[in-house]
Design a protein around this ligand. Sequence first.
Ligand SMILES: [Ca+2]
Ligand SMILES: [Ca+2]
Length: 429
Amino acid sequence: MSYLKGLLTSCLVLASVMSWAKAVPISIDKTKVKLPEETDTGLHYDRYLREVIDFLEKDQHFREKLHNTDMEDIKQGKLAKELDFVSHHVRTKLDELKRQEVSRLRTLIKAKQDIEGGNDIAVDHQALLKQFEYLNHMNPHTFEVEDLDRLIKSATNDLENYDKERHEEFKRYEMMKEHERREHLKTLDEEGRRKEEEHYEEMKKKHADHPKVNHPGSKDQLKEVWEEADGLDPEDFDPKTFFNLHDTNGDGFFDEQELEALFTKELEKIYDPTNEEDDMVEMEEERLRMREHVMNEVDTNKDRLVSLDEFLVATKKKEFLEPDSWETLEQNQEYTEEEMREFEEQLARQEEDLHQKAADLQQQREDLERQQEQLNAQKMELQQDAPPNQQDLGQEHQNVPQENQPLPPGHNSPPHDSPQMPLDHNNVP
Ligand SMILES: [Ca+2]
Ligand SMILES: [Ca+2]
């Protein structure tokens, strides 16, 4: 993605995030409105991002500028420059937020170093902070135009990569599943292996056997939600009413969560948590793909939100009325055999590393035990060589009153290690 487009998109993200906060119609019950702070972007600096936006939103000047800045100005980075005109109070607060965030990053760096066992090495925080591109590490004390610029840009890029990372993670999950299956097969005899393979194929077939899945975001799909989830007459299907019904926080947009909720009916056709053959991790991946697909088709201004206008335009298109069939997850192999081989090689290397580490630890433990034994032996020798008056100290306990001796006044009975036997003369031999 080009720098310009990135900047443009990121400003739009900021604009839309901020418009969530301000564009809540008065007629709506605000207790039902899901404000941005409840939507976790999943970024590790989510809290910082949201707090910065929250504070900028409090500044009337910045809010007005955002509203009135046209795309050309946003392209030229004028919005970030408006930071110079926000109130002193907001600026002070932003400085404070940045200092807190820098301090959080330093703690993170320190923790990472400790885990890696490098606690003795002097840490060059400045150099390490460089990896966090969403703030200007050269100036850890104040929040400047560059910080806002970087934050907007990083958030957009990272959010775009977030889905990509989730796909990668899913692929690794699938390869791990397959790896474990193959390892298990190795432990079986020929007959056991044959049975296991048969069962595997049977489960695969069972999973693939499900009712037809509607193309996500198509009229057929939405109509099914309308009829089955909303309990409305399919004859009355109306896109605008549908949009308002499922814009659950009432902000005038479909966000990612609201879109994903629309696919539950479709996913239930394929996945049932009580079935052995249905993997719920795969269901979530399927949901993510459906959401990405609809976002790609409908969110024309690429702000990661579907406005009513965008939605209504989409309902006029051929893809909405007569879509292609939708390919579900099981219809495509997630990884190639080559990727699987590389994955297993990497696993083997990691296992070897772990073995080595375990062996090192065992060695350290043995060394420590030997040292302890030597110390104990030295201690014994010292005790034996000690002068007699020191040996007497060891007999001090003999001065403790014995059980049958009367206690001095004010003393309670000493606790007994074993319960006292009741006096029973019959038991006396
Ligand atoms: Ca919404
Ligand atoms: Ca949009």
